[in-house]
Design a protein around this ligand. Structure first.
Ligand code: NAD
Length: 488
């Protein structure tokens, strides 16, 4: 297994029209190993001219790509999935370092979901009914054109592939700007695309910063749709820019997701579930259950279970198989999360465990971006840690006197991505689920399914990814009015 000998990865070119093309600038952004703080690679900080070249290639390629039969397009998608599968371990190793995700998630959803995305998009494409009759009209679904995709660093490959797979399945071509913080797996995707012999220009990747490359994609007149995953702040900016040219947007943004534990819930199981969900990917998840909303009478017991569960978690380098929680992605992210912990203390929340002290073990040298898994209790929605997205291993426990108040607290932030309920009476749990303002609700620890829609209400976004719903985001709708005497 490769661990420490993984070579430095410098991405020096963009992937445009099926080839590696030198960018118009010489600037680069470093990529850091989250475990050590050392530089393990770099990617270009490209400019508008590089976006122009990629969009031109995508526009030209789309003319032919949209005319291929669904099964021909599906074959290419499955070929990309096979190429990614062949490089699964290499991709996992890159994510372990650039994001700090532990081995289980790096080899699991971080890399398996991207492979599955291409296969599932191929399945949907082959079975999809592109034409429907409504009265005298034929309603047709058509590709939109050139799609621009801009993505975050926390699931660096998945966020790119869920957009690329479903956009191109629908007959579009795409120009992608991966996160400059974690760009390395996007270069492997480009190589997989080349090996799969995808027609030139169908998938293009331009590396660079948000304000330069990102905004050049968003404002480009030939980019017909934008699909974005990232912070609500950047999503609002992208939505505002896209509105200037009336382009469609799909936005997957932030979250502050609540877990409502009902009075009759199996408490140990419910609290352990909540803590486990929060810690996945070291707390760097838009849909992490970061708020635990519990009956006031059970608060001491909940605090005890949460503390014991958190304190038993092994924090360490993601490159070690025993580590359950690894470092955060960057020094910026570490400082941001530590800042929120300080804020929680100064705003009067009760620190149950964790805090801002450095992690003390020999391997976790001071340069890695570690943060202690932390639990706060007696949190309210008017505290920053109760309403703002922290994006780290920090849990906020809130208490309620009756279930109406629990729902009010749960719905009391600007976000609405994910929510969860735990209770012994399934009907009562489902009735709470129906009242929660969230695009996804997990009841009693139910599993997600990547064929089901993923996305949020309120400031968590617009549109859905995954499965048929994600596929349809990338289609235009045309009603064709045909006189009766001309129809079969
Ligand atoms: P970010 O918003 O800082 O950056 C995301 C991407 O947008 C990056 O590629 C960045 O370069 C680009 N960008 C930034 N400003 C831009 C601009 N003005 N125009 C165009 N592009 C711009 O977010 P991040 O720190 O990379 O990721 C963390 C955020 O992503 C969190 O808020 C998290 O909740 C969110 N996220 C959401 C989902 C979801 O599915 N809802 C999934 C993962 C992450």
């Amino acid at each position: 297994m490769i661990t420490s000998e993984l070579k430095q990865r410098d991405i020096t070119q963009n992937f445009i029209n099926g080839a590696w093309v030198t960018p118009s600038t010489e600037e680069t952004a470093p990529v850091f190993d989250s475990n050590t703080g050392s530089v393990i690679g770099s990617s270009p900080l490209s400019a508008e001219a590089d976006v122009d070249a990629a969009v031109s290639a995508a526009k030209l390629a789309q003319k032919e790509w949209r005319t291929l039969s669904p099964s021909a397009r599906a074959d290419y998608l499955r070929a990309i999935a096979r190429e990614l599968e062949a490089r699964h371990e290499e991709l996992s190793q890159l994510i372990m370092r650039e994001v700090g995700a532990n081995q289980e998630i790096s080899r699991g959803s971080q890399t398996l979901t991207p492979i599955a995305s291409f296969n599932i998009a191929a399945d949907i494409l082959e079975s999809y009914n592109f034409v429907e009759n409504i009265g005298d009209n034929l309603v047709m679904r058509e590709p939109i054109g050139v799609v621009g995709a801009i993505t975050a660093w926390n699931f660096p490959l998945h966020l790119v592939t869920v957009k690329a797979a479903f956009a191109i399945a629908a007959g579009n071509t795409i120009v992608i700007k991966p996160s400059e913080v974690a760009p390395l797996t996007a270069a492997v995707l480009a190589e997989a695309v080349q090996s799969a012999k995808l027609p030139n220009g169908v998938i293009n990747i331009v590396f660079g910063s948000g304000p330069d490359v990102g905004e050049a994609i968003v404002t480009h007149p030939d980019v017909a749709m934008l699909t974005f995953t990232g912070s609500t702040k950047a999503g609002m900016r992208i939505g505002a820019l896209a509105a200037q040219k009336v382009a469609k947007v799909a936005l997957e943004l932030g979250g502050k997701s609540p877990l409502v534990i009902l009075p009759d819930a199996p408490l140990q199981e419910a609290v352990e579930f909540g803590v486990g969900d929060l810690l996945l990917n070291n707390g760097q998840r838009c849909d992490g259950l970061t708020r635990m909303i519990v009956p006031k009478s059970l608060l001491p017991e909940v605090e005890r279970i949460a503390r014991e569960t958190m304190d038993a978690v092994l924090v360490g380098p993601s490159t070690e198989s025993t580590s359950e929680v690894g470092p955060l992605v960057s020094k910026t992210q570490q400082d941001r999360v530590l800042g929120y912990i300080d804020k929680g203390i100064s705003e009067g929340a009760k620190l149950v465990t964790g805090g801002t002290d450095p992690i003390e073990t020999a391997e976790q040298n001071s340069q890695g971006y570690f943060v202690r898994p932390t639990v706060f209790s007696e949190v309210t929605n008017d505290m920053a840690i109760g309403r703002e997205e922290i994006f780290g291993p920090v849990l906020s426990i809130q208490s309620y006197s009756n279930v109406d108040q629990a729902v009010e607290i749960a719905n009391g932030t600007e976000y609405g991505l994910h929510a969860a309920v735990f209770g012994s009476d399934i009907d009562a749990a489902l009735s709470i689920a129906a009242r929660l303002e969230a695009g996804m609700v997990t009841v009693n620890g139910g599993e997600s399914d990547i064929r089901a829609p993923f996305g949020g209400y309120k400031h968590s976004g617009i549109g859905r990814e995954f499965g048929r719903y994600g596929f349809e985001e990338f289609l235009e709708i045309k009603a064709v009015r045909v006189p009766k005497n001309f129809r079969n």
